[in-house]
Design a protein around this ligand. Structure first.
Ligand SMILES: NC(=O)c1ccc[n+]([C@@H]2O[C@H](COP(=O)([O-])OP(=O)(O)OC[C@H]3O[C@@H](n4cnc5c(N)ncnc54)[C@H](O)[C@@H]3O)[C@@H](O)[C@H]2O)c1
Length: 288
């Protein structure tokens, strides 16, 4: 496999494109929003340069970035050996993208989604040759996080599933095999249950986000608290995941309060905009 197409150059797509390029793959990075693309390329340049300065990668940043080719549409899917979709968490949008990828990609090209909550089988229904559709659920920030859930949809062939596992190992990450296709897979279901309770307790005035985060770190050994994780993920994405969970009857996996939605409406989208449960400097450092 040589060429990977990544669809969406947001927080996750940019990170996925970067780690693929770092491992020597040529990457076509598809983004419909020119500003998002510009931000993604600048972020990748800075992240790769930092890794190179620390000696964690052996080639100069420019050599890595030279393997990333931006694009506006999906036409290049015909030349891709693997496609990873990381657009907004919207079933309607992803169905549209998978239908188009199904038409454009070679019939044996694996089509993966980085969805956080949507069952892979729903996306596979939209694409031709559904046996080549699988989940590759990366964790963010992708260049730093070692875990990827590899999800087998009801129709995913064992060969495609195992190719997904092997690809994740070649990226230097640890695959967790999810053998059954349920909304939110494994890690997000566990996190969503904890975050639902945490957000509802904050909404009810029982505890502050900072105290709840400190408690989960000191009491349960989490590396980051639920509100720190949510700010990093993006509260707009967290709200979309909650909306999807409720739409499929998984009400226990979304906050009952409208706290996150009201924060999103007020422009508090998390670390990426400098404001979420916490405030951040323009460099992304948390303000005291
Ligand atoms: N944020 C996280 O921590 C996280 C973790 C794991 C998985 N995910 C999942 O990854 C996906 C992306 O999340 P994100 O946080 O990067 O979102 P994001 O909002 O940062 O980025 C999404 C990007 O997709 C682009 N896009 C929209 N429609 C497109 C199209 N038709 N073609 C190409 N690009 C298009 C948008 O312009 C945007 O730049 C979602 O499915 C999300 O659930 C997110």
């Amino acid at each position: 496999m040589e060429k990977v197409m990544v669809v969406g150059a947001g927080f996750m797509g940019a990170g996925i494109a970067q780690v693929c390029a770092q491992r020597g793959y040529r990457v076509e990075l598809v983004e419909v929003n020119p500003q998002a693309l510009e931000k993604a390329l600048a972020g990748m340049r800075s992240s790769v340069a930092k890794l190179a300065a620390k000696g964690l990668i052996s080639e100069p940043a420019e050599a890595v970035l030279a393997r990333v080719e931006p694009a506006e549409g999906l036409e290049g899917a015909a030349q891709a050996d693997l496609v990873i979709e990381a657009a907004f968490e919207s079933l309607e949008l992803k169905l549209k993208i998978f239908a188009e990828l199904g038409r454009l990609a070679r019939p044996d090209t694996p089509l993966a989604s980085n969805t956080s909550s949507i069952p892979i089988g729903r996306l596979a229904e939209a694409a031709s040759h559904p046996e080549r559709v699988l989940g590759l659920h990366f964790f963010g920030p992708v260049p730093l996080m070692g875990l990827v859930e590899v999800v087998k949809g009801a129709q995913t062939s064992t060969e495609v599933f195992e190719r997904g596992v092997e690809f994740i190992r070649r990226l230097g990450k640890t695959p967790v095999k999810v053998e059954k296709d349920i909304p939110g897979f494994v890690m997000n279901r566990i996190f969503a249950a904890a975050f639902r309770e945490a957000a509802d307790l904050v909404a009810a005035g029982v505890v502050t986000p900072a105290d709840a985060d400190a408690g989960m770190k000191l009491g349960y050994g989490w590396n980051a608290g639920p509100f720190e994780i949510a700010d990093n993920a993006g509260l707009d994405t967290i709200a979309l995941i909650g909306k999807f969970m409720k739409s499929v009857g998984e009400d226990d996996l979304a906050p009952r309060s409208g706290l996150v939605e009201s924060m999103v409406a007020g422009g508090r989208l998390g670390r990426k905009v400098g404001r979420g449960f916490y405030d951040y400097t323009p460099e992304g450092k948390r303000k005291p």
